[in-house]
Design a protein around this ligand. Sequence first.
Ligand code: C2E
Ligand code: MG
Ligand code: MG
Ligand code: MG
Length: 287
Amino acid sequence: AAKKQGWNQARLYFEAMASELAERLRVEQELRQALREGTIMPYYQPLIHLADGSVHGFEALARWRDRTGEFVPPSLFIDIAENAGLITELFDQLLRRACRDAVTWPSSMILAFNLSPTQLSDSLLGERIVEILQETGLPPERLEIELTESAVVKEMDCAMRVIGDLRRIGIKIALDDFGTGFSSLSQLANIPFDKIKIDRSFVASFETNAKQMKIVRSIVGLGQGLGAATLAEGIELESQYKGLTLLGCEFGQGYLFAKAMPADEVAAFLAGSRGERLASEPFKRTA
Ligand code: C2E
Ligand code: MG
Ligand code: MG
Ligand code: MG
């Protein structure tokens, strides 16, 4: 009986694997079509100066609706794009669109854009970004490329080369999801970066967990020591906003301010957020 049960489990396991594979193949086919049709869009989530609630810029986040009109999570389709060799095409399309949008924003505002880990081995990356910047007219100083701490640590040599190339062009570098990637202090001392994005998990827990609070304080101090700004991801509560401001964190983003919005809603968002200033009363927006 035990043997039979083992075979059954194996069969169920392989059936589950096969259906997952079929699902990924289906998404891959749809993704190819979406790239041909250009229907994957950057949405924009505001990055906020915590001290006064003003807008520092926007992070572009890829949004794709499949045939049924449902949003496909970026974590899923980016992973599939990477494995199917489609990430370069996706990146170029989205970055070009995002730069075109960003030149219409006030010139003080930056565009933050995520780079996939696999793109670290793309030796033509810098050239293509320069082309897109020239074509769209976005000054390199207004572009901030986000790389996760874990991607940088995993591919240290590639990351150093890419980061060096991009910074020579004038592009800024942010370390994304910081605190989850286990970089060492000697690695951090060697990587030139402009901003640390404190992972959402710390923001969610620092108010109730004294150790997490101390870690956030240390990351802010580390940023200050290394000449990098700090931004807290995933701020959902006013108490988190206040707490992070007290801890010396300079920037933040999260649902408390706004979710990622389509390009044509940015102007109205900026018009509405003007004049709304924080401290006693942080501005709040629900999407
Ligand atoms: P990320 O770069 O760390 O982006 C922040 C994620 O946190 C976004 O999820 C955003 O919607 C979400 N978020 C922001 N504020 C809050 C909050 O207050 N609460 C909660 N619960 N979540 C919040 P999203 O858009 O689903 O993206 C997930 C990840 O997918 C991104 O994480 C990034 O790694 C990747 N990604 C998204 N767009 C792109 C892209 O165009 N290219 C690449 N390579 N990766 C992308
Ligand atoms: Mg990011
Ligand atoms: Mg992040
Ligand atoms: Mg994240």
